[in-house]
Design a protein around this ligand. Structure first.
Ligand code: 0L1
Ligand code: MG
Length: 251
């Protein structure tokens, strides 16, 4: 087994057994290109088990998360159908290591975009969304290369009702509620200043890795607030001004 395959297998096992592993970078030298190769191999294992790609997610899209990681570029990960949680659906917390949720905005692609394409010409609809993240590393601690290899902590996502793209997306109020209590407030401005920039980044970064974004795929634009831990029994709802809500219940 190559290093890349072995590292992907290690992260895959950690996710499937809900048992944290140590950072890959504690054992091997890894920079972003090698880390994306591990991510590709990691998701290839899921695809070999019958999952299919349904989109991509952008990560570290807020200035706060970028500063925390000491980077000035967003990262991206792959979404498969097995990660798609129906709106209002249930998440088994025992199937994850230390799951967290964050409110996001999702885009539905109408056609395959190329770099420089106009957002409005390529995106058919927009929706409020929740991302379930679960680092496969102990204590949710990692370097940039580690988190890229770990498919940018992607574990699941909920998409609320799709609606036509409104005129302005750059400053919509966002709430994250747990059991009816507001636990985080933010704005879509936290997503790269305007979540439409996440679409541009998705096209550029996934395209550079040979990924063709397909009509019907979802782009998760990034978090509008900090993520919060997902506790068993809790009901979580993202509310995005003018777009509606997306929710899940944790078991
Ligand atoms: O979706 C995200 O922004 C998460 C990116 C990875 C960092 C984290 O797990 O918080
Ligand atoms: Mg996210």
């Amino acid at each position: 087994m190559t290093d890349t395959a072995a590292l992907a297998a290690r992260l895959d096992t950690a996710a499937r057994e809900a048992a944290a592993t140590t950072q890959l970078t504690a054992d091997v030298a890894l920079a972003a290109p090698g880390a994306y190769a591990v991510q590709r191999a990691l998701v290839a294992r899921r695809l070999a088990r019958g999952e299919r790609m349904v989109g991509v997610k952008m990560g570290l899209t807020s200035r706060a998360k970028m500063a925390q990681m000491g980077v000035d570029e967003v990262i991206w990960g792959r979404l498969t159908d097995a990660m798609w949680i129906p709106d209002g659906g249930a998440v088994d917390t025992a199937a994850h290591i230390h799951p967290r949720v964050e409110p996001e905005v999702a885009f539905l692609l109408d056609r395959t975009p190329v770099v420089g394409d106009d957002f409005a010409a390529c995106v058919r609809a927009v929706a409020p969304a929740l991302e379930l993240i679960d680092s496969r590393y102990a204590d949710f601690r990692f370097t940039l290369a580690d988190v890229i290899a770990d498919n940018t902590s992607a574990a699941g996502f909920v998409v609320g009702p799709w609606r036509p793209v409104p005129d302005g997306l750059d400053n919509l109020g966002v709430l994250l509620e747990v059991d009816g209590e507001v636990v985080q407030t933010g704005s879509t401005a936290a997503i790269l200043g305007d979540p439409r920039r996440a679409f541009d980044a998705a096209v550029r970064l996934a395209g550079a890795d040979g990924i063709t974004l397909a009509p019907g795929w979802v782009v998760l634009a990034g978090a509008a607030t900090a993520a919060v831990p997902l506790a068993p029994g809790s009901h979580v709802r993202a509310v995005v001004e003018g777009l509606g809500t997306a929710s899940l219940t944790a078991r």
